[in-house]
Ligand binder design. Structure first.
Ligand SMILES: [Zn+2]
Length: 584
């Protein structure tokens, strides 16, 4: 049941999948030379810079740099986890995903009917809201909170009745041990130390938490009276990880048209109350601060995120944490704003009090990131003193460097220079010193990168690649990767670019391989083999030169052996004649 997905299966799946067809179903493509093009689905643009290569089975956007194979596309476009993307592709080809036995895994595998059980639980709660003897008083409570039947239905809201085993009896009428274990694992049922089992949620208004595909993965329960805790969420399970999920995102995406903006609020009552006022673009984090994963997911679906918090201390802290987790996700073309509500108000109470128009007015008057960024920092560091200035400079630079968008980096740097009363260029230098660890998008193409890139993009070049196992000793970054690529391709010459990339997905080299797969080398297809061989020879030269220098160093310290002298002479000859062949 559990276990890794075999490598071979993933290779086959990629071989069966045509990336052009896969993407075309979601983003209509136009033929453009050897490739296909479209406006990029991952950033907003007017002229197409998103290309799909049928040969490489790879997509690349020249605008935002998004790139990858069919699996990456599914992960990015459909917001799926790796395993989910594989499952989705397998389903399209009507094949089952096999699992290897006995390999350690960080998370237990999802069982086939997990989602079904969660759905059954959700339906049970919804039914109880209509049929339970207490339904009348619960419905009364719900309508006091201003929720209509339509909203209840859109969000699948239900009622967990009082009592210890309502859900337990419904889902597992006979004492089937395996099923009961599963319900405990899904956190629908608690089991105490004495082995006694009982419903996790009792006497609560129930909000199903759905994943990006609309499947119920957990629940939130709000107490009906004055009991505590007021809000109770399902604990994490193999289906539910708090830091990744956003309540209401699936529902917001069901609205027609593009999501122009998303409002991040604190609780699910806020999301639902706003939907009731026809503000259908709110989402809530589930018992955690806003994480970088949340921001990443949001900016995939919308160019504009507005974070809405209480104006009190806790709200301000939450907003600042949200800002920090958003910085690495700030690409050009996205917008992040902040709204602070009057003390003691939440979106639920406020929208009921002042109505839709006034609430929307608050959202459109939100504080932009650039402004909030310094408002907050100035409270912490006083820019009228030298000490405050230097601390502010250090802290701000550290934050600014995390931003991928050049626009935001520049505009924040300008503001920082203003605040510090320093020339802009000097501030810029401080920030860029802080950001020298952040990789630049313009990559220098060394001979090694050229060789790896060409081979990766045109795997059949392996036929003209010389066998030079001695190069494994060379002190040239990337040589191991180049030789491994050669070895893989010699074992399996039919591998495509996409399949090769897949073999490195979780390894440190993956990101450079992705970049090289997307590198636009502009070499005439006729010249490719020659270009590759020339590049390879220049790498060999580099190795011979290293070897020669090593022998020269040794010669100064001790006498070279006869064999070493012989090698030295051959090396000199080889490098002179520019025909580097190391004769043994
Ligand atoms: Zn793009």
């Amino acid at each position: 049941m559990s276990g890794q997905i075999p490598r071979q299966f993933i290779d086959d799946l990629l071989a069966r999948t045509d990336i052009v067809e896969l993407i075309d179903q979601r983003v209509p493509l136009k033929k453009a030379g050897r490739n296909y093009a479209a406006c990029c689905p991952f950033h907003s643009e007017k002229s197409p810079s998103f290309t799909v290569s049928p040969d490489k089975q790879f997509y690349h956007c020249f605008g935002c740099g998004a790139h990858g194979n069919a699996i990456s596309f599914m992960m990015e476009f459909e917001q799926l986890e790796f395993v989910e993307a594989i499952e989705e592709l397998a389903q399209q080809h009507h094949v089952e995903v096999p699992r290897e036995q006995g390999v350690g895994r960080a998370r237990p595998a999802v069982q086939a009917d997990d989602y079904n059980l969660m759905q059954q639980a959700s339906e049970f709660y919804q039914q109880q809201l209509q049929q339970h003897p207490n339904a009348g008083s619960v419905q009364q409570y719900v309508s006091q909170r201003g929720l209509s039947a339509k909203t209840l239905n859109d969000f699948g809201i239900g009622y967990a009745p009082d009592g210890w085993d309502n859900l337990l009896k419904r889902l597992s009428p006979t004492n089937n041990r395996q099923l009961r274990d599963q319900l405990v694992e899904l956190r629908l049922i608690n089991r105490n130390d004495n082995g006694r089992e009982y419903d996790f949620f009792r006497e609560r208004l129930m909000f199903p938490i759905r994943d990006k595909r609309g499947r119920v993965i957990a629940f939130g329960g709000r107490v009906l009276g004055d009991g505590t805790p007021k809000y109770l969420n399902s604990p994490e399970s193999r289906l539910f990880q708090k830091g990744r999920e956003l309540y209401g995102l699936y529902e917001a995406r069901q609205q027609p048209g593009h999501l122009e903006q998303v409002l991040v609020v604190e609780g699910y009552m806020d999301v639902v109350a706003l939907a009731e006022q026809d503000i259908r673009f709110a989402v809530a984090c589930l018992g955690t601060a806003t994480t970088s994963d949340h921001m990443h997911a949001l900016f995939r679906f919308t160019p504009k995120v507005v974070c809405c918090y209480d104006g009190d201390r806790a709200g301000r802290d939450a907003a600042w944490r949200a800002l920090q987790s958003a910085l690495p996700q700030l690409k050009d073309g996205v917008e992040l704003n902040f709204v602070f509500l009057p003390d003691g108000e939440d979106p639920d109470s406020l929208v009921q009090k002042e109505g839709k128009a006034a609430f929307l007015q608050r959202i459109s008057a939100a504080t932009p990131l650039n402004q909030y960024f310094f408002e907050h920092l100035i409270q912490e560091f006083d820019p009228s003193t030298d000490g405050g200035k230097s601390a502010l400079s250090v802290k701000a630079s550290e934050l600014i460097k995390q931003i991928p968008s050049e626009f935001y980096r520049e505009s924040l740097t300008d503001k920082l220079a203003n605040l510090l009363g320093k020339p802009r260029e000097r501030t810029k230098a401080t920030v860029s010193r802080a950001s020298n660890r952040v990789k630049s998008s313009a990559m220098k193409i060394t001979p090694m990168r050229r060789a790896i890139g060409l081979l990766l993009q045109n795997p059949n070049i392996v036929k003209v690649m010389p066998n030079a196992p001695e190069l494994a000793d060379a002190n040239i970054p990337g040589i191991g990767l180049l030789l491994t690529l050669q070895q893989r391709l010699q074992q399996e010459p039919s591998l495509t670019t996409a399949q090769l990339l897949e073999q490195w997905r979780d390894l440190p080299e993956h990101s450079i391989l992705m970049t090289l797969a997307a590198w636009d080398h502009q070499i005439d297809p006729e010249q490719l083999c020659q270009e590759f061989v020339d590049t390879f020879h220049s790498i060999e030269d580099q190795y011979l030169q290293q070897r020669l220098e090593a022998l020269e160093r040794k010669d100064k310290l001790q006498q070279l052996s006869k064999a070493e002298w012989h090698e030295y002479k051959l090396l000199l000859q080889a490098l002179k004649s520019k025909k580097p062949r190391l004769a043994n």
